[in-house]
Write a protein that binds this ligand. Sequence first.
Ligand code: URA
Length: 184
Amino acid sequence: MDKDCLIKKLDKQIKICKKCYRYKTRNIAISGNGNIFSKIMIIGESPGKEEDLKGEVFVGKSGIILNNLLKKINIKKKEVYITNILKCYKPNAPTTKEISSCINYLKQQLDIIKPKILVCLGKYANNEIFKIFNFPIKKISEIHGKSFSFGKIKIISLYHPAYALHNSNILKILKKDFKKILLF
Ligand code: URA
C-alpha cells in the first residue's frame, strides 16, 4: 500500500477512536493536515476549540503565530505535515492515560510519513518524541532551539506558539529558534 492509502486508512481509524474519554468532548478527531511527502513534520499538543470546530490543526490563535513563523522562513503551512500528540479536543491539559492511548497513532504517522525533521512544539511534543527516540527528557527552557539527531532524523525542540501569545520574549525566542529549521 502506498503512503496516501496508509495515511487515509490510519485517518479513518483515528476519526472513530474511543480509546480515551476525549471522544466525549471532541466534535471531530483530527489526525493531521498538510503534505505527507514533506520532510518536515510539526508536532503540537492537541487540537483547541477552534481546531475542533474546523477539523484542522493549528487554525486558532496559536495557528496564526505558527503561520507567521513559517512564513518568516518561507514555508507555507500546507507544504509541511502538522499533527498533535493528542488527536482530540478537551479543554484540559493532556493526561498520561490519554497520551498512552493516543501515542501509537503518532508512531504510525512517523512510520508512514518518514519525516526527516521533527519540529516539537511545547513540552508534550518534546517529551513524547524524546521518549520515542530514547533520549533523556529535558526541559524546553534548557533545550529550545537545539537539535538532536537520530540516524538521519533531526529533532528540534521549540516553545509552543500558545506560550508566545502573551509573552513577547518567548515570541522573540521562537522566531530565532524557528530559523534553525532551515539549517537542516
Ligand atoms: N495547539 C496545538 O498544540 N495544536 C493545535 O492543533 C492547536 C493548538
